[in-house]
Design a protein around this ligand. Structure first.
Ligand SMILES: C[S@@+](CC[C@H](N)C(=O)[O-])C[C@H]1O[C@@H](n2cnc3c(N)ncnc32)[C@H](O)[C@@H]1O
Length: 269
């Protein structure tokens, strides 16, 4: 049985793995509990590529942020931001542009608690405890409004998030709401798990998450692309994470589909 550490927020069920903390474990972080590590071992037994999937996803996030910064956008809304780890969005953005502003959002209390600690001395970045499925609670929060000017272009990031939202929660509807509120020139960057071109182990991974942690909904390329609505899709379009604007051709593995997540970035016309 997991010993309850004093800093763990009261609402956290330490007997159940969380996707945020398992992802942290696969990235080599230490914000995870014994239950998360045991679950990660179960996943590794069926899919040894999981740490690579997470690293490739995180690298896509970095490249997407750098690309968007290159287009002059200085304000970021990062929903499903996860636990602090290497290459947090505010670190990438503020290293290049100290005036860049970041609102992080997550519904996992441990991710929120650690992000609060990380950001306590940063006036230009904040974490909001909220759920992507409730856009108004995010878009109208005073914290969001204090840092983000929706009359100016915004980068909306939903990286490795939407596979944790089932269709019954109507992602098409809330995605339309987020797209509507963004000014022309804004970006939407996302990645999401798929079963297209995947080895059979992907079913076992999905089933394990469904039984023990967050429910997972994989999606097709058409379903994922539809989340971008009428945005102009940035080249190279929808591809597996390592194929999205790699820094060097040698960074793309022989079988990029084994990175498991599609990546896509669009810009509001
Ligand atoms: C795999 S992590 C991705 C972290 C980061 N975006 C990245 O790509 O490196 C997914 C995150 O989404 C969060 N999440 C899952 N469902 C959510 C929801 N309904 N609303 C907000 N966050 C959610 C989880 O708590 C977790 O921190």
């Amino acid at each position: 049985m997991e010993q309850r550490l004093s800093w763990v927020p009261k609402e956290v069920d330490v007997s159940k793995p969380s996707a945020a903390r398992v992802y942290d474990y696969f990235l080599g972080g230490s914000y995870n509990f014994a239950v998360d590590r045991a679950f990660a071992q179960q996943l590794l037994a069926v899919a040894p590529t999981m740490p690579m999937v997470c690293r490739q996803n995180r690298s896509f996030l970095r490249r997407a942020v750098q690309h968007i910064l290159g287009h002059g956008v200085r304000q970021f809304l990062d929903i499903g931001s996860g636990l602090p780890t290497t290459g947090n969005v505010h670190e990438i953005a503020q290293a290049a542009y100290p005036d860049a502003r970041v609102v992080y959002v997550d519904n996992e209390p441990v991710a929120v608690a650690h992000s609060e600690l990380m950001l306590k001395d940063n006036d230009s970045a904040i974490i909001l405890h909220a759920d992507v499925r409730d856009p108004e609670s995010i878009l109208n929060a005073p914290e969001t409004r204090s840092l983000i000017d929706f009359d100016q272009p915004v980068a909306l990031l939903m990286v490795a998030l939407l596979h944790f939202v089932p269709d019954v929660d109507q992602p098409a509807e809330f995605m339309a709401r987020y797209r509507d509120v963004l000014a022309p020139g804004s970006f939407l960057a996302l990645s999401q798990g798929t079963e297209e071109r995947q080895p059979p182990q992907v079913h076992a991974v999905r089933d394990l998450y469904n039984q023990r942690a967050n429910r997972v909904t994989t999606r097709t390329s058409a379903e994922i692309t539809s989340f971008l609505g009428d945005f102009d899709i940035v080249e190279p379009g929808l591809v597996f994470t390592p194929e999205w604007r790699p820094e060097s051709p040698s960074d793309v593995p022989d079988e990029p589909e084994l990175a498991g997540f599609y990546a896509i970035v669009g810009r509001k016309p």
